[in-house]
Design a protein around this ligand. Structure first.
Ligand SMILES: *Cc1c(COP(=O)(O)O)cnc(C)c1O
Length: 507
């Protein structure tokens, strides 16, 4: 469906800024020069001067620009507007204070190439954050360099590979199998493949847990370099056998990688290092404050056991007495994975988040996140099909089984939620649940919002049974209905081309 071609106030039907252009319109005028204009050729060499006219650049006034972007911003759904229960993404609201701290001029104006003696504060911040994340995960080696969760994963499996190569020498070539559960995030097998491993998939049990028999069988087949496990897993259930899982992998000569994207269910309560995990990545942009969604910068720290520390990326921040320095002296390091030290702004927000919560507060946030998800699970279990019986951790999973016979599927339920003022939950992930709806309320919603969400979901179920078409045609309240996502992906229109005739007639 395309944007409705009706004459409406532009707040309902905003075009591109290019389409608002009027030749000769400007945002401001400079005063006339009261000196001779220096001939241009004296200042700018000929080869650097453009020869064409700047056709097609929007010519708009200041108020045009302000209103255009303000109107578009009101079309967006954001965490500041309401609940964003996108499972596996931890879309929590974070205090503005963290943003304020990240904007302190001493941090934002610091050049990454500034000498160490002038960057002591920034280096200390990195050092402190590394220590705090080591404490939170129970894993002493930390690198803040990776720029996303997926890059943290790749860094982590590269550490495993470097460790095995050093331990086993030539024989390490025989150990190239990475075990990954069938419920895993798609980035896990991708990271394993990038680091040179082949993937074998472990089945899940009917309870949504790793199938121990299958795990042991795959270990017996040999060649196991390691396991990549998300805990709580992507159906929101804590792997209660985690100790035994780690022991089994270690006995087979492999290492355990934990995907820590779900740490919002564990921080301050349980530590992966204590469970036997060797290496983990965190998503600072999920669990530790930085807002995400929309492709901005991320930070995916990699935390590892003492025996893997020598392989971490360089440089690492070291402390000598009272001062801090960058340490490049790590001959076994896998090298750099990101320019400079990673995305520093996220580190400031994360440390601010940790300090403002304190140890007690971090634990409370985790407990509230789990409580909220269990509340939703409990309230909706008679209306929506719950594929697993176990208590969930920080996210609740349902399927469309009770609604699909009316013709209403997961996608329709998600689209209808938009009409009720909520961002949809994660849909069709993980793949092990047909028509999955993964709901993660996070700790930043109160009882009123949870109840409103539960009511909306129950209303949508009622509509599915009484007037399915209403749900199938949703959303009804947005400017654009359902997009042709396949066409958008295959034939994206990424560039506006000026229509010179239109431009000159509107002048
Ligand atoms: C988000 C997520 C990732 C990847 O993190 P990015 O920062 O998006 O690269 C990996 N695993 C799980 C389970 C996730 O939810």
């Amino acid at each position: 469906m395309s944007i409705k071609k009706v004459t409406q106030h532009p707040s309902q039907n905003e075009g591109l800024i290019f389409e608002r252009s009027q030749i000769g319109r400007v945002g401001y005028r400079l005063p006339k020069l009261d000196v001779d204009e220096t001939p241009m050729d004296e200042l700018i060499p000929a080869e650097l001067r453009r020869t064409d006219d700047l056709d097609g650049v929007p010519e708009v006034s200041e108020v045009d620009v302000i209103r255009h972007f303000t109107r578009i911003s009101t079309w967006n759904y954001s965490i500041d507007l309401g609940m964003y229960p996108l499972g596996s993404c931890t879309m929590k609201y974070n205090s503005r204070l963290n943003e304020k701290v990240a904007r302190i001029a001493g941090f934002t104006n610091l050049h990454p190439l500034a000498p160490e003696e002038e960057s002591q504060g920034a280096l200390e911040l990195i050092y402190e954050l590394q220590n705090d994340l080591a404490e939170i995960t129970g894993l002493p080696g930390v690198s803040l360099q990776p720029a996303a969760g997926a890059q943290g994963e790749m860094t982590g499996v590269m550490l495993i590979r470097a460790f095995l190569d050093r331990r086993d020498g030539e024989a390490s070539k025989e150990r190239r199998v990475m075990l990954i559960p069938d419920s895993a995030h798609g980035t896990n097998p991708a990271s394993a493949a990038l680091a040179g491993f082949t993937v074998k998939t472990i089945r899940s049990t009917a309870e949504g847990l790793t199938d121990m028999e299958h795990l042991k069988q795959l270990c017996d087949e040999g060649g196991v370099a390691g396991l990549m496990l998300t805990n709580p897993n992507t159906v929101g259930i804590f792997e209660t056998n985690i100790k035994e899982i780690c022991d089994t992998i270690h006995a087979a000569g492999g290492l355990v990688y934990m995907d820590g994207a779900n740490m919002n269910a564990l921080v301050g309560v349980a530590r992966p290092g204590d469970m036997g995990v060797d290496v983990i990545h965190l998503n600072l942009h999920k669990t530790f404050s930085t807002p995400h969604g929309g492709g901005g910068p991320g930070c995916g720290p990699c935390c590892c056991s003492a025996e893997l520390t020598e392989f971490l990326p360089v440089p690492r921040v070291a402390k000598d007495g009272e001062s801090f320095r960058l340490d490049y002296d790590a001959p076994n390091s896998i090298g750099r994975v990101k320019a400079f030290y990673g995305n520093f702004g996220m580190m400031i927000r994360a440390l601010s988040y940790i300090y403002t919560h304190g140890a007690e507060g971090l634990r409370e946030a985790t407990e509230t996140a789990v409580l909220n998800a269990r509340y939703v699970a409990e309230q909706l279990k008679d209306t929506f099909h719950k594929p697993y019986d176990s208590d969930c951790m920080h996210e609740a999973i349902f399927s469309h089984k009770n609604q699909s016979r009316t013709g209403v599927h997961t996608l329709d339920i998600a689209k209808r939620l938009i009409d009720y003022g909520f961002h949809p939950m994660t849909i069709y992930f993980p793949l092990v649940v047909e028509g999955a709806m993964l709901i993660e309320p996070t700790e930043s919603v109160g009882r009123q919002d949870l109840d409103a969400f539960v009511e909306a979901m129950k209303d949508i179920d009622r509509e599915a049974h009484e007037n399915a078409q209403l749900v199938i045609d949703a959303p009804h309240s947005t400017r654009i209905g359902r997009l042709d996502e396949a066409a958008a992906a295959r034939k994206p229109v990424l560039r506006w081309k000026p229509d010179m005739e239109t431009l000159s007639t509107t002048a």
